[in-house]
Write a protein that binds this ligand. Structure first.
Ligand SMILES: CC/C=C\C/C=C\CCCC/C=C/C(=O)SCCNC(=O)CCNC(=O)[C@H](O)C(C)(C)COP(=O)(O)OP(=O)(O)OC[C@H]1O[C@@H](n2cnc3c(N)ncnc32)[C@H](O)[C@@H]1OP(=O)(O)O
Length: 302
């Protein structure tokens, strides 16, 4: 990551220190509290993180135009940012959003899977796993502020968060469309979707590679709330306050209890999953599918 967390706050006041203490202790605090803010910022080429220590909320903004695709740099920045936030006692909650107009994330960078050998596939897949694992198992309250289309890996970010708010725009789509690309969602992502949508809906969604418009995503429960685009981030902040009203320790234990089975299964099968991916994605037939899909994406523009 290009730069490190910078501490920009220069002062401490009675109010701000008690708010920061409030953030650390996990006790409820009324906000928005704009009065005295402690902000830490970190920027890499693909991701910007702004932590407001006075509220305990970090905003991670995906800023990799044109479509926030998840290349190796993106995945590395994401993992480092998550590690830092997880260790920061001032941070209780994370909001994920995008600075790229109309796109939350286009998912995995297909170029990282196309025309590459098994060694690259192994490293890349470990990084993809790590992104999901870090978010899915986070101690923080995680809210996806989905302000644009969010196919495949973009949907992964949303699904592994605790709560999903999406811009109310029928042109924005979200879902796991891997099968359309000629690839297959891994078991841990499938399990994550089953927990959110139930078995039957997941089976239909995955087999049909369905991308849902924002209103349809709300109908099936793939997102929790739709709001006008300009309110996505403010609604995420308001929602965070509600989640912060629960003591951290009991919410965290509850979260880990709910997610334990999926995490344990993932951890026990992690290496096999990496080998499967490397074998699968380097097959000629899969490379052909990826090539055809990429050509279609490019042709769309012409
Ligand atoms: C047993 C198990 C073993 C193996 C499992 C195997 C694989 C598992 C992987 C599962 C997990 C996740 C997978 C993925 O995420 S795959 C990626 C799927 N993503 C998509 O299908 C989205 C494709 N993109 C779009 O639909 C649109 O780009 C989008 C996001 C709606 C935005 O539209 P728009 O604003 O019009 O932008 P453009 O389409 O014009 O795109 C601009 C530019 O970006 C290129 N691009 C788009 N998406 C990707 C991508 N995902 N990777 C790489 N490049 C992408 C696009 O081609 C354009 O490029 P150009 O050069 O023409 O400017």
């Amino acid at each position: 990551m290009a730069s490190v967390l910078r501490h920009s706050a220069k002062f401490t006041s009675g109010i701000s220190s008690s708010l920061a203490a409030c953030a650390r202790n996990g006790t409820a605090c009324a906000f928005p509290c704009h009065a005295f803010r402690h902000r830490n910022s970190s920027t890499s080429s693909k991701i910007r993180v702004d932590l407001d220590s006075s509220t305990g909320v970090a905003v991670m903004t995906l800023q990799g135009p044109p479509v926030n695709s998840m290349c190796m740099d993106f995945l590395t920045d994401f993992a480092i940012s998550m590690e830092k936030l997880e260790l920061d006692k001032n941070c209780r909650g994370l909001i994920l959003t995008s600075a790229v107009p109309k796109v939350f994330s286009a998912g995995l960078d297909i170029m990282e899977m196309y025309g590459k050998g098994p060694e690259h596939a192994t490293v890349f897949w470990r990084a993809v796993q790590e992104m999901w694992f870090k978010l899915y198992s986070s101690n923080m309250v995680t809210i996806a502020a989905v302000n644009g289309s969010s196919p495949a890996g973009g949907c992964l970010l949303a699904l592994s968060s605790d709560y999903r708010i999406m811009a109310d725009n029928p042109r924005y789509v979200i879902g796991l469309n891997e099968a359309q690309v000629g690839i297959v969602a891994p078991f841990w992502l499938k399990d994550n979707m089953v927990q959110t949508l139930g078995h039957r809906q997941t089976e239909k969604s995955l087999q049909l590679a369905q991308l849902y418009s924002a209103p349809d995503a709300l109908k099936i429960g793939l997102v929790d709330k739709l709001v006008p685009e300009e309110k996505v981030l403010s609604t995420a902040t308001e929602t965070m306050a509600k989640w912060f009203s629960i003591p951290d320790h009991s919410r965290q234990i509850t979260k880990s209890m709910m997610r334990k089975q999926t995490i344990d299964k993932f951890l026990s099968n992690r290496e096999t999953d990496i080998n499967n991916f490397a074998n699968f994605v380097t097959k000629d037939s899969i490379q052909k599918s990826l090539g055809t899909y990429l050509a279609k994406l490019k042709k769309k523009k012409a």
